[in-house]
Design a binder for this molecule. Structure first.
Ligand code: LLP
Length: 442
């Protein structure tokens, strides 16, 4: 089922996560329920940190891409593990700071940060802001001047590699809302512009080539292109980048179509990347840049399991069987958005043989509200607890109150103990910000 100790069948044949019986968790907390395995999260943070420490002399930092799963407890774990984070909105920055994060360990992203968000980042004293437009550079320069600081920045580069799960394409053309093209001179022009701004301190460059990537070569190519670019910029402007942020993107296991990577495999991805940076820096006579990486999904994705209770089952003869659960696109919009695939298990009998393929349907008023189609399952009945695996990344963080469904609560499990990290929403929460204006209140 998985590659780690903390997710397994216990003696009763029930699903066990972090030493907790999934059926007991469902009973205690209710469903739907996001369950997060603390040991897994920590072990992934440690793998990346250790690899930078050992293979790159500690000359870098892991920034947890908090868009994958953002809440106070998650930032607290990252802080505790001695890693930084990236924040892509004022809300993520606020949450990280509230969790006690040292602002210097936070990097701020976004292709269209608002004026307020830029002020908040400067006021907080974040470690760096990754800038992505002329307008933003100019506004940030002004804000930094007003506040009397010199703001560290990185420029987002589009290195011309689009990486997908098992493939990548190299393009000279840039059709993306993110970054400046390294190939067509626009990144060079932007660099010159940023260097001319007195209140910005350009440290280096950032790129992110995609998500859910397994192809090592795509990371190698990205690193090669970035170093080639840094060398060309140095030749042209004398500016030598001292920081290189290579983004995130390491893939995880969702179904048997994906490899099951172990800790050492993730370390290998990073080693290959580091070796490329070392080789290219040497070739071009550059100092080794300070390395930033931004893994999100690989840290928290497989740490998450969502528990559901099966409700109605509709078998349409000769067509398909719909197994409806008490969740749906409001807590997991990834099938609706990307036709994502998942593995589901019957929590009361993990080893039961799969005897059918079903569509798992959500409870929203929308035909496309599915968790997946053709998902292999054993015999299943209303009332059974269904566990969907690898739901830690981009689930809670993309949840909504569509149809005024309540966003489920989240718990952290470890060594047979469980704790709430995000409370269950209430109906009262739903109307908290609703206002009946005076004009309607007659
Ligand atoms: N850094 C930057 C600048 C990013 O844009 C992203 C993801 C990451 C790091 C983290 O990438 P990861 O290690 O998690 O692959 N909602 C989509 C994923 C969107 C990813 C966006 N950027 C999903 O559910 O698959």
């Amino acid at each position: 089922m998985n590659t780690r100790e903390t997710l397994k069948a216990n003696e009763a044949g029930h699903l066990e996560i972090g030493g907790c019986d999934a059926l007991s968790l469902a009973k205690e907390y209710g469903t739907p329920l996001y369950v997060y395995d603390e040991a897994y999260i920590r072990s992934m943070m440690r793998v990346f940190k250790r690899t930078i420490d050992q293979e790159y002399n500690g000359n870098g930092k892991v920034l947890y891409a908090s868009k994958a799963f953002s809440c106070l407890a998650m930032y607290r774990i990252a802080k505790d593990e001695g890693i930084g984070c990236d924040a892509v909105s004022g809300g993520e920055l606020y949450t990280a700071l509230k969790a006690g994060f040292n602002a210097q360990n936070i990097y701020v992203h976004g292709n269209n940060k608002t004026y307020d968000e830029l002020c908040e980042a400067v006021d907080a004293g974040v470690g760096g802001i990754v800038i992505d437009s002329y307008r933003e550079a100019d506004i940030l320069d002004k804000i930094a001047k007003e506040k009397g600081v010199k703001q560290s920045v990185l420029i987002r580069i589009n290195p011309g590699i689009e990486a997908h799960t098992h493939a990548f394409v190299q393009t000279a053309r840039t059709d993306s809302k993110f970054g400046f093209s390294a190939a067509d001179g626009t990144a060079l022009e932007y660099t010159k512009h940023v260097l001319s701004l007195k209140n910005l301190d350009l440290k280096g460059y950032h790129c992110h080539i995609g998500s859910q990537i397994f192809e090592k070569q795509s990371f190698v190519l990205a690193a090669e292109k970035m170093l080639t670019f840094i060398s060309a910029i140095k030749a042209e402007t004398k500016f030598e980048a001292s920081v290189l942020n290579i983004g995130g993107g390491f893939g995880i296991y969702y179904t048997d179509e994906d490899p099951k990577l172990k800790e050492e495999d993730y370390a290998d991805y990073l080693k290959v990347l580091i070796n490329t940076i070392k080789a290219k820096s040497k070739e071009y006579g550059l100092n080794l840049p300070y390395l930033l990486i931004e893994p999100g999904r690989s840290i928290v994705g497989e740490a998450g399991v969502t528990l559901y209770t099966v409700g109605s089952i509709k078998d349409i003869p000769g067509v398909r069987k719909y197994v409806a659960i008490d969740g749906g696109m409001f807590e997991n919009p990834r099938y609706a958005l990307y036709q994502s695939k998942y593995t589901a298990v019957k929590a009361s009998d993990v080893n039961a043989l799969n005897v059918q393929k079903v569509s798992i349907a959500g409870k929203c008023c929308e035909s496309g509200d599915l968790i997946g189609v053709d998902i292999p399952l054993p015999e299943i009945e209303s009332g059974d607890i269904l566990a969907v695996l690898s739901t830690g990344a981009y689930h809670y963080s993309m949840a909504s109150n569509y149809n005024r469904n309540l966003i489920p609560q989240a718990i952290l499990v470890q060594d047979g103990k469980s704790e709430v990290i995000i409370k269950k929403q209430t109906y009262e929460d739903l109307i908290r910000n609703d206002v009946i204006p005076v004009s309607l209140n007659k």
